[in-house]
Design a protein around this ligand. Structure first.
Ligand code: G3I
Length: 362
């Protein structure tokens, strides 16, 4: 073989290789982000974010390439904003507001009235003083974030886990059975522009407990609407569980979302992730089951016109509450989100991408 011939062939090979790499990197770097894709379907894609994540430039870059809105994972919760009575902590709140403003991101408020992550000093107060403290907290936080927060999870997880009506919480005990009507009116008065949501989990599946929870939530909504209590939408947390095989059917979910639309309510998926703690086997097997669950869920919800936004509870497996709250029996870290700990796309992302592209636009 002529030397020149050899050199020519070698440079051809290098050029070809460069092309493949470029194609690959083009594919990766110019992949359409989740929010851009969702917007083609009249939707937005958001993600929960911790303040600590703002210190990770690669995570911030991934976030900005993929989301149109952010939800503070913990920074807006009462335990964080007023750890000691009267001592207000706005630093994290302001950091997230500035980040959203700088990058033209929508900001979801999470959450004003919840039975968890409450400051310790609150429980010691007499009920009437505690009620006044709650009103002051709602008013203060909504007015501090007014204009920056477009939607608020005013009440989080009010329905009894078994679906037996309202959950028995400190707020039910403090303000009585109509506490939800009361706090929604306080919220509307504090920021008339913000959309007010009730947010809960365990509303996605087809099992009897889920059907009972939905019934209890629809009864609550009907009683609020009969009394013209302001309520704009319902948030489905969608902390899903990947089955060991196949994918969950979500057969009854479209019908439930339709019932919410028929009540004039907006719908959001607010905390989407897919736990793989019940899937044994290789990473490939686990990722396949997680991806199949994302696909089945999105197929069930994307056909709903009242659906406004899908927020995943994080974007990468680098930060997920699941490893602390529901660790895998084999001690392996969970893989519940679209990107892995090195921020590389997973099968779940490709399934989400393909399912949104296939979805009918409105
Ligand atoms: O801030 C303290 C820190 O000072 C302390 O050193 C550390 C030691 O444990 O704890 C830190 O607080 C933790 C907080 O997250 C902030 O990281 C709490 O222990 C921990 O319980 C808390 O977990 C959060 C959980 O809500 C609390 O219930 C998760 O990050 C958060 O993802 C999770 O989010 C909830 C939604 O708000 C509502 N729906 C369910 C969802 C998952 O539980």
């Amino acid at each position: 073989m002529q030397v020149s011939g050899v050199i020519a062939r070698r440079s051809l090979l290098t050029a070809a290789l460069a092309m493949v790499l470029a194609l690959f990197s083009f594919g990766a770097s110019n992949r359409v982000g989740l929010d851009q894709l969702a917007r083609r379907r009249g939707l937005r894609w958001g993600a929960a974010i911790s303040v600590e994540a703002l210190e990770q430039p690669d995570l911030v870059q991934l976030l900005l390439a993929n989301v149109g809105s952010i939800t503070p994972e913990n920074a807006f919760k009462w335990a964080a904003t007023e750890p000691r009575q009267g001592q207000l902590e706005w630093k994290a709140v302001d950091q997230l507001m500035q980040f959203a403003r700088r990058h033209q991101l929508q900001l979801r408020g999470h959450t004003l009235v919840w039975h968890e992550q409450l400051p310790g000093w609150l429980t010691a107060l007499p009920a009437d003083v505690r009620a006044q403290a709650l009103k002051a907290h709602i008013t203060r936080l909504m007015q501090h974030t007014r204009g920056a927060v477009s939607s608020w999870d005013v009440i989080n997880e009010p329905i009894d886990p078994e679906g037996k009506g309202l959950r028995d919480t400190i707020w039910l005990q403090t303000l009585g059975a109509d506490y939800i009507g009361t706090v929604l009116q306080w919220a509307r008065a504090a920021d008339p522009q913000a959309r007010l949501f009730i947010n809960d989990y365990g509303l996605e599946g087809d099992d009897p407990q889920t059907l009972r929870k939905r019934r209890a939530l629809l009864d609550l909504i009907d009683s609020l609407q009969r009394r013209q209590v302001p309520l704009d939408g319902i948030g489905l947390q969608a902390h899903l569980l990947a089955p060991p095989e196949g994918s969950p059917p979500f057969t009854t979910l479209p019908g439930f979302l339709k019932q919410l639309r028929q009540r004039g309510l907006l719908v959001e998926v607010t905390e989407l992730d897919v736990s793989d703690r019940e899937v044994n086997g290789t990473i490939a097997t686990r990722d396949r089951q997680v991806a199949a669950t994302y696909q089945a869920f999105l197929q069930a919800v994307l056909s709903e016109p009242a659906l406004q936004r899908i927020t995943s509870w994080g974007l990468s497996d680098r930060q997920t509450w699941l490893n602390r709250a529901f660790p895998r029996r084999d001690g392996q870290p969970q893989r519940p989100l679209p990107f892995d700990t090195r921020l590389q796309p997973k099968l779940a992302l490709h399934q989400i991408d393909a399912t949104i592209r296939r979805a009918r636009s409105w």
